[in-house]
Design a protein around this ligand. Structure first.
Ligand code: PFF
Length: 481
């Protein structure tokens, strides 16, 4: 069956003009807004994907996974699992022009499937609440860089102490996450083309420019090439099941998969542009930025003679000491933490948009009201995360999972939420909706998806199975990603 909806574009005001007289064509999109074109979508969706996951999380995951071995498996996971799930989500969004709950309601009315969309909306909310706390740290570090806090005297011990006291201080931790949620809400209130797309069109090129400057600086440092080798030369001896789990989890998180963010972004996709092209561009951009971040951090680290191990503190603890030793390090520290804040912002925007789109589509809320209320509600859940890094003892080590409140949120929403979500989304497409329908919507407008049968096979069989294996592994071993 040929999809019934006409081509719909948003005007500068974000309103959708009636382009044809077919009521079927107008109903779904009216008032929702749409990307103004291919570039708008690619930048916004790449903005969602590229975030703390690429610049903060990828490098420390890589160091935990032995450098090149992790990167090798990660690239396989992106291509074999991430890209098929990405296309599955985008196809659902494009076909339904709805938020995750509305999308499943439309494709499987009268079933339990819309609950899967509800889980995605809840995960968006849950991830936003802890993600905004870490995003707040990046703003704090940007401020410190601007005020010259990473001067030559900052050694590993001083940097560790600074990080500990900074994230353990309730005022900055709460205040900065609130600031981040406010900025996010301001953009989301502006709508699709007028808010999210406009912000992404400015922020993404700035981010890329800053990262390229940092890359040139890092790889030309004395000894910097050792870091390049560490990241790009897989040591087969480092390949363990744990590395595979880390890599698959990183691929899902980094590409914003498993909770309907890409269903939501796909739902604003104009019908006349090529989804195979746009989807591939988003996946490539996400992968390249992660590698770029690695190619900045590891050469800088090796050049300073430091150990690549550093866990979640790698970027916040280790890098400032590297900047402290580098010529013009203070300037590069500003650039680095500015880029981290920008990347985080375009991701928090997408997390909030999933929840807002649900409230707008399904509950009939006004967009502005939805964004404001979600920011406030999210702030309430962000406070315990902000206080769980030393400020309040019992929040810092919860009986559940023996982790801090923030880490518990990450495990619940980031690990379990995204992987269960991705399994169910691929099962839905594979066995309920059907991969032929998925391909039809991806290829709408006659743009063929290269390797279409491969993607269909991966979505139907390999993705759910592979992610389920990872899920069982983390549940049994308690080793999260
Ligand atoms: N992909 C984002 C990152 O790499 O930081 C995080 C994220 C955003 C995950 C949106 C999930 C999501 F829906």
């Amino acid at each position: 069956m040929r999809p019934a909806y006409g081509v719909v574009h948003a005007t500068a005001s974000g309103r959708v003009p009636p382009l044809d007289g077919n009521p079927m064509a107008m109903q779904p999109t009216e008032g929702r807004g749409a990307w103004s074109g291919k570039l708008g979508f690619v930048l916004a969706a790449a903005g969602s994907a590229i975030g703390l996951g690429n610049i903060w999380r990828f490098p420390y995951m890589a160091s935990e996974g032995g450098g090149g071995a992790f990167v090798f498996v990660y690239l396989l996971c992106v291509m074999g699992i991430g890209v098929p799930v990405l296309f599955a989500e985008l196809a659902i969004g494009r076909a339904t022009e709805r938020n995750p709950v509305g999308a499943f309601k439309k494709l499987a009315p009268g079933t339990m499937w819309p609950a899967l969309g509800g889980m995605g909306v809840a995960a968006g909310f849950g991830i936003l609440a802890f993600y905004s706390v870490i995003a707040g740290w990046t703003v704090g570090y940007l401020w410190m860089a601007l005020t010259g806090a990473f001067g030559p005297g900052v050694d590993a011990a001083a940097s560790g102490a600074l990080f500990g006291s900074f994230i353990g201080s309730p005022g900055p931790a709460i205040g900065l996450s609130a600031l981040f949620l406010i900025i996010t809400a301001v953009v989301v209130r502006g709508g699709i083309s007028g808010g999210i797309e406009k912000a992404s069109k400015i922020l993404m090129p700035v981010l890329l420019g800053v990262l390229i400057i940092l890359l040139i600086r890092a790889v030309t440092l004395p000894g910097g090439m050792d870091g390049v080798n560490y990241l790009l030369r897989p040591q087969l001896s480092e390949l363990t099941p744990q590395v595979v789990v880390l890599a698959l989890g990183q691929a899902l998180f980094s590409m914003s998969l498993g909770m309907g963010a890409m269903i939501t972004y796909g739902s604003y996709f104009p019908k006349d542009i090529s989804l195979p092209f746009a989807g591939t561009a988003v996946a490539l951009a996400d992968m390249c930025i992660a590698l770029l971040a690695g190619l900045i951090i590891f050469p800088a680290l090796f050049s300073a003679g430091m150990d690549p191990q550093g866990g979640p503190g790698l970027v916040f603890v280790v890098l400032p000491t590297v900047f402290a030793q580098m010529p013009l390090g203070g300037f590069f520290a500003i650039l680095f933490f500015a880029s981290l804040s920008i990347a985080a912002l375009t991701s928090t925007i997408s997390l909030m948009e999933v929840v807002v789109a649900y409230l707008v589509d399904e509950r009939g809320w006004a967009r502005k009201k939805a964004a404001t209320i979600i920011a406030l509600a999210c702030f309430v859940l962000a406070v315990p995360s902000a206080l769980s890094q030393g400020a309040v003892g019992w929040l810092s080590s919860m009986p559940v999972f023996n982790q801090s409140f923030l880490d518990v949120q990450n495990i619940l929403w980031g690990n379990y939420g995204l992987s269960i979500g991705a399994i169910l989304i691929t099962l839905f497409v594979g066995f309920k909706w059907g991969t032929p329908k998925m391909l039809e919507w991806i290829e709408l407008g006659g743009n063929r998806l290269p390797g279409r049968e491969f993607f269909a096979f991966m979505v139907k069989y390999v993705c759910p199975l592979a992610i389920a294996v990872v899920l069982v592994f983390i549940a049994v071993t308690g080793q999260y990603f």
